[in-house]
Design a protein. Structure first.
Length: 308
């Protein structure tokens, strides 16, 4: 998964394959991982129709503009908890984030098609032996992100690796745009740049086969979905947050044992459980220590979807 950076959100997207050989396209599609995310086209016209409809990026509606108090300035407010609203967008998996195009196409060759596409779309050129020098020049000139030889015996593995990169590339770029608006506050308070946290995050995504994820708060809590539609909440609290939450425990709602377990940090108290989409506002806690840094996490499932 994501080794160096973690996206603020991710979900399945589509990669388009454009080649004038329909047999090659069908054969390739069903050898790839997640063929349901592969859209195949044997003509530029058909590809263009899909591209025009599904190339627009899906914005996370978490950035709000506010009037300044003392002058005519505009301030930016980022509400990370709004990112999870993207999960409700229908047909978002049709979003086109990458294209794999054969260089030898009629009418327009692969490079000519690529030049018509925006920078946000990851571009992979399929080449024959005679086209390799053209592909190298296009790569060096940053017209394409990668090229793959069609005659390569390892083409399926190469394509699977590149499609994974396509997905990661898109969501890391979109996430960086948001974190740049948060600035120093994100660096100071978020755990998602911590190496131990990143290892934990990646292990949970892999173990539970999460295919969608949406950050919920600055610390690094996430709402996750697996490929069967089950949703989980990964709640993260720093030592300071866990301590602060002890002071606001509604003790009348819990037994003495639960209250004591919260105070001992064996259980996490989650004050805003509806925002985290949790049925219960307590989760079993696991302590993580990284040098002098301590944080706690809990993973809850069987969340409810709030009524819209």
């Amino acid at each position: 998964m994501y080794n160096n950076s973690i996206p603020l959100y991710f979900f399945p997207t589509s990669t388009a394959f454009l080649d004038d050989d329909p047999h090659f396209l069908e054969n390739i599609k069903f050898q790839l991982k997640n063929p349901e995310c592969i859209k195949i086209f044997n003509s530029y016209k058909k590809f263009e129709e899909y591209y025009q409809k599904h190339s627009s990026k899906i914005d996370a509606q978490c950035v709000e503009l506010e009037d300044g108090y003392d002058d005519d300035s505009i301030s930016v407010n980022v509400r990370l908890e709004k990112i999870k609203d993207v999960s409700k967008i229908k047909d978002k998996s049709n979003l086109l984030t990458g294209v794999v195009i054969d260089y030898n196409m009629p009418l327009l060759n692969g490079l000519e098609v690529i030049k018509l596409l925006p920078a946000s779309i990851y571009k992979i050129l399929l080449t024959g032996v005679a086209d390799e020098s053209i592909a190298i020049e296009a790569f060096n000139n940053r017209l394409i992100n990668q090229f793959i030889k069609k005659q390569n015996n390892n083409i399926i593995n190469q394509l699977n690796d590149q499609i994974k990169i396509v997905h990661e590339h898109y969501f890391l770029n979109e996430s960086n745009k948001i974190t740049s608006l948060i600035g120093e506050e994100f660096v100071r308070y978020s755990l998602i740049n911590d190496e131990v946290y990143k290892q934990l995050w990646n292990s949970l995504v892999k173990k539970h086969d999460f295919i969608e994820g949406y950050i919920i708060d600055l610390s690094g809590s996430y709402l996750f979905y697996d490929r069967f539609g089950n949703n989980y909440c990964f709640v993260v609290q720093t030592e300071e947050q866990a301590e602060a939450n002890i002071d606001i425990i509604p003790i009348e709602e819990f037994s003495d044992k639960v209250v004591n377990d919260i105070k001992q940090k064996r259980i996490l108290y989650v004050p805003d459980s509806e925002n985290f989409m949790l049925k219960s506002n307590i989760l079993d806690a696991i302590k993580i220590t990284n040098g002098s840094k301590i944080f706690y996490y809990g993973l809850g499932k069987n969340q409810y979807e709030p009524q819209s």
